[in-house]
Design a protein around this ligand. Structure first.
Ligand code: ZN
Length: 161
């Protein structure tokens, strides 16, 4: 059983502030095919593979869902509004965490750390810094143990993984 997901709402709020989730026009990927292409870009990236992510993650239609979600160890489902880069990264981070630590809280400090790594590598340092700012403001913790926050580096990730 994973640890309790105590900072979920805080994380969602910070994330939404930066990426604009839940707005009607927030989809930036045209269709399921584009969403799959974007996921493929992530899962073939050096950072993703170094972190131990699977080489392919299937993007499924999220038609009956309100939210995007991980559906099994190598698939995600994304409703239309959620077809945007950062949301794909959000779900792919769940795939990664499922491999790395099944006991970690779904949106806990380790999850947020990984999400930041993917945001920086796929969307750039500016976006990651913007996200960091929102996370700090919103009291969202990240890091191996939730206390090292800004000092966390990929080197620490290697030790942990
Ligand atoms: Zn999530």
């Amino acid at each position: 059983m994973p640890a309790r997901d105590t900072q979920k709402e805080k994380f969602y709020r910070a994330e939404r502030g930066v990426f604009g989730y839940w707005e009607d026009d927030s989809a930036t990927l045209e269709d399921l095919r584009e969403a799959q292409q974007y996921a493929n870009r992530v899962t073939s990236s050096k950072v993703w593979l170094q972190l131990g992510g699977p080489r392919f993650v299937l993007v499924k239609d999220g038609r009956s869902r309100r939210r995007a979600a991980m559906v099994g160890a190598t698939a995600i489902a994304v409703p239309r509004w959620a077809r945007q880069e950062a949301m794909i990264l959000h779900e792919l981070t769940h795939i990664l965490m499922f491999r790395l630590d099944k006991k970690a809280a779904y949106h806990g400090p380790q999850y947020v750390l990984m999400f930041r790594v993917l945001v920086e590598s796929m969307l750039g340092l500016d976006k990651r810094l913007e996200l960091d700012h929102a996370l700090e403001e919103g009291g969202v913790r990240w890091g191996i143990d939730g206390s090292n926050r800004l000092q966390t580096t990929l080197q620490q990730l290697e030790k942990w993984g």
